[in-house]
Design a protein around this ligand. Structure first.
Ligand code: ADP
Ligand code: MG
Length: 282
């Protein structure tokens, strides 16, 4: 399948082939997997009498597979997910209102991310909202999606700073590359922190395009403490719920439950009650 220009002349003629230069060539072309494996594979190929095309295709497939893995590793780091929170370590039995097969379907990605649908998880502290959001985020990164996990207060501060520095648009563009943005603990955002309208702008910008996973320990009725005014609160909720899966997790705090089962009998009823203080979920 030579082009007309190639016909009639030997493409090898103008170059010098020096096998000693191979590592250098592979580095120049950024092919680290081939650089690592070619010698071993060449030996096998010689021994087993592979056609040259098979040798070449095998090396290229290996490079591509590792490139994909490296990209996922990079995206995992960039996602800033809390460590150790995965779907396999999530105990679905202790949260009856959360359906495992529904979560597994969401973890496969696909249409809900394509149309920018959202997930909203509500519940008191300690019931697994952060764990579930991070676990879903991790599963999606492993599927090849891009995810960013952030505490909502941190992101609001970043957005406010960007607005002050006239860099809001460029930060919005950066956030736009994420298929899923996990905003943990939206109820900790307080409108008296000034300019929480940036959060509304983010929600509007992603509406029907890019997904959000929002966790909250306050119901919608108390969200007017987050946004500057009632109209903006209503408009934000309206956009968020238009295409959304809503998870209500109203079980007992997993933290408290496991603390009690680790030390049976050591927590009196009054102590258990007091420990809600510790569940302020830092
Ligand atoms: P929330 O965000 O709702 O306050 P977290 O996700 O932070 O709760 O959960 C509190 C702790 O309990 C975390 O260490 C989390 O990993 C663990 N946890 C909560 N729910 C579960 C669950 N269903 N299975 C396994 N671990 C859980
Ligand atoms: Mg949490």
């Amino acid at each position: 399948m030579m082009s007309t220009a190639d016909q009639g002349r030997d493409p090898i003629a103008p170059i010098t082939v020096d096998l000693a230069r191979l590592p250098e060539l592979l580095t120049a072309l950024r092919l680290p997997t081939i650089a690592r494996l070619w010698a071993q594979l060449a030996e096998r190929s010689d021994r087993e009498g592979w056609p040259a095309a098979r040798f070449l295709a095998t090396l290229l497939e290996l490079e591509l597979a590792e490139r994909y893995q490296r990209r996922i590793q990079r995206h995992l780091q960039e996602a800033e997910l809390p460590v150790g929170k995965s779907l396999t370590t999530f105990d679905f039995a202790s949260v009856p209102t959360v359906n495992m097969s529904q979560i597994n379907a969401l973890a496969a990605g696909g249409s809900w991310l394509d149309k920018g649908a959202n997930i909203l998880a509500f519940g008191p502290p300690g019931v697994g909202k952060s764990h579930l959001s991070a676990a879903l985020g991790r599963a999606l990164v492993e599927k090849g999606y891009r995810v960013l996990y952030t505490r909502t207060t941190d992101l609001v501060q970043r957005l406010q700073a960007a607005r002050r520095d006239l860099l809001l648009e460029s930060l919005m563009d950066k956030l736009d590359k994420y298929d899923l943005l996990i905003l943990d603990d939206i109820s900790y955002v307080r409108k008296d922190q000034a300019e929480t309208s940036v959060l509304f702008e983010l929600i509007s910008a992603r509406y029907e395009r890019r997904s959000l996973f929002i966790t909250a320990n306050k119901p919608f009725g108390q969200w007017d403490e987050i946004f500057p005014d009632k109209a903006m609160t209503v408009a934000a909720i309206d956009r968020l719920v238009h295409h959304a899966v809503i998870l209500e997790i109203n079980t007992e705090s997993y933290r408290r439950k496991t603390a009690v089962s680790r030390a049976p009998g050591s927590l009196s009823a009054s102590k258990t009650k007091k420990s809600t203080q510790d569940d302020s979920d830092e």
